[in-house]
Design a protein around this ligand. Sequence first.
Ligand SMILES: Cc1cc2nc3c(=O)[nH]c(=O)nc-3n(C[C@H](O)[C@H](O)[C@H](O)COP(=O)(O)OP(=O)(O)OC[C@H]3O[C@@H](n4cnc5c(N)ncnc54)[C@H](O)[C@@H]3O)c2cc1C
Length: 759
Amino acid sequence: MARRNTRGIAAGMALSLVLTSAGCGNGSVAPGSEPGSETTVSIAAEETGDVKESESHEAGVSGTFEGSAQGFQGEVRVTLTLENGVLVAASAEGEEETPDIGGRALELMPQAMVAANSVEVDTISGATLTSNGILEAAGAALDDSGAVLVRQEVSVVQNMKPGTYTGEAYGKWKEGTIEGERFGSPAVIRPTKVEVTVDETSILKVKVVDCSDTPGFVEACTERIPADIVEHQSIAVDAVTGATLTSQAILNGVSQALTEAGADLAGFSRTAAKSSEKEEYHVQLVIVGAGAAGTMAAIEAMEAGIDTLVLEKCGKLGGTSSCSTGFAAIQSEQQKAAGTDEYTVDSAFRELMDFCKWRANAPLVYNILSHSGDTADKLQSYWQQTDNPGIVKAGVTAHDTGKGIDKFDVLYEGFLVPSGINVMLETTAKSLIMDGSKVVGVEAKKQDGTSVTVYADNVLICTGGFGGNDEMLKEYFGHNNFYLNGLSSNVGDGINMCLEAGAALSDELAPHLAEFCSNKNMDFYAGYMKFMNQAGFLALDPSGQRFVNEEFFVTQALSYGASALRRVGFAYLIFTQDQLDAMVEKGLWGVLSEETIDSLKLRSRIIVPSYYTLNDEMEAALEAGEAWKADTLEGLGEAIGFTDQEIYKKSIADYRQVLETGEDPLFGKRRDMMPDLDQGPYYAVKVISAIDGTYNGIRVNENMQALNQEYQPIEGLYVAGQDSGGYFSYPYYEGVGWTQGYAWTSGAVAAKHIIEEMK
Ligand SMILES: Cc1cc2nc3c(=O)[nH]c(=O)nc-3n(C[C@H](O)[C@H](O)[C@H](O)COP(=O)(O)OP(=O)(O)OC[C@H]3O[C@@H](n4cnc5c(N)ncnc54)[C@H](O)[C@@H]3O)c2cc1C
């Protein structure tokens, strides 16, 4: 593949390098030169420690070299073209990388490599895995060439046409996707549109003129990113944590506009230097994470007049908690007013403990339930004073808080910040500060690189679990065949910091399984494919065996259905062309009867009048090798490629018997959820579990104090929300709002205990 040539340029020597803008392949010229002119600059070769041979570039390596490495989804390949030891062209490809995110790295990093005459360039924020793959592949290509590149500080002279240009790109949701109303965003999805004003050499102004991504998530992007681009004259600025896709849409739009203006993107691809500033704070309480748990703790601290600092990694408030609606609490005022207060803390306690066979931490469960009603009342007392309705409805346990970040914003803007609670957004806690075995503070980093040291009497960790950390999912759950429907920035920081401080894990760390299905390589959640497990279609495990009563995906979705799918890792759902067509036309109405749908009490967004994008989704899945089609069921098994076709054939024969008789002796599936398999062609689609995040983490007592291996509290350390463990067991309790209810209430319980101890 590559030509090998071991000649290179010596390290540590000064050399004369002739560059032309054409010769560099990207218009890059030395400082002060005119575009297209030949310029001679003297630069010092860097210390590589790997000196091959002293030689000037005129006699250096020439040729085209390729390297490959693993990116985010698949292989990335880099091609380097060298002329006399100088990198004159570079390109990167990776068909399986996400176009909107990895695509930026594939486009920008090779340009930066040529500009710097080096394969060691900055990674693109938000596309770390693709970027690392590109670096590794480029390193391999360079190794193959045998050349040693001499890094050069080249400034690109722009020659843009002054004016205002527009660019646009989609964030998470593309046109035609159904998820418009998710997290409270508008139903009509439009691309994010930017306007970029330039003169010949500089970016003068960037403005986001339209963005239909989720309100609350986007503001941090639409405010900081344009300002950063202008300040640093770079499109390689940091994405906003927690809103990566919107960030990338803005940056992609700006790249487009600059290209239109005639810019050389390599000149606008330098990563801004990080700040080396240091800040130090001394407070009574530092709260890490501003989701439900952290926010409720901040409210209690505010009321008690405790000097408190909140550190939040994302550019927005609310964490995963801003996605949820249900909030389980017992004996709130709203329940009493609605006459649903016959259900007491004692009855809820017995129900939860019986459900989990008493595997949960009984004192913790009781304490949380006891404080849950008061917590709901307190929150509502604040929300009532704002434009946000807060809890709009209360049932026997569930309270409907509505989705969205606004419910958090109003608490911070209206009460917490004006009362002196210090909140730092885009500030990531990195480690706990220890004094012997006692926790006395937190080390953190701001997005601009500033180091933040917080000394505190008490530290409360509530970073929301580790749904976004593939390695931890694999380590604790045996596989990472999960599609994350929650925050990818919740990566277990809090749990890992506590473990380093000597805390122990609780017994049952668990994925917070959601009710719909998705796919590892395709975003079924952006379309209707995620509802394919709602029709009762035959489901087979990776070996081709039936493994669950498929009606459980609907009737016991969070417990039996979800945990069976998690166990097998992935499954194939099998259905016919007629059924697919019927769903395209009528959604679930096309395959289930009205009585069945009524009895299932499905959510309104599942039983919409048509799954109109399903054909396109299926086509994409077939093309990606995540779905299969065949005229016969036998042919389908072969197309899927089961290792032992006999297992599959037996499953099909047994299931045909079930369909014929209407009796399912082994699994007990109800008759009205058995769509037939009479007539081909047939489809199979590969599905995995979706998760909202994880629950259970650090072992805590009923006051939310972190416990060590000896079950003793670690002084100064509290944990709440999904970072803390013991309240739940696995599988999840089939009820509404238990995780959100736990998050709010456990934050309150932790803060109350801290306040009590401080008296
Ligand atoms: C789509 C969806 C719907 C859901 N619906 C429901 C529902 O209806 N009912 C229900 O009970 N549950 C629901 N859940 C689950 C529920 O929202 C969460 O379990 C719960 O809100 C978690 O609260 P938390 O405070 O523990 O974490 P989060 O709300 O996630 O807060 C953690 C915060 O910590 C921040 N953070 C992380 N690392 C750091 C760090 N190193 N430094 C500083 N900050 C950090 C994060 O950015 C985040 O803001 C849903 C989840 C999803 C994804």
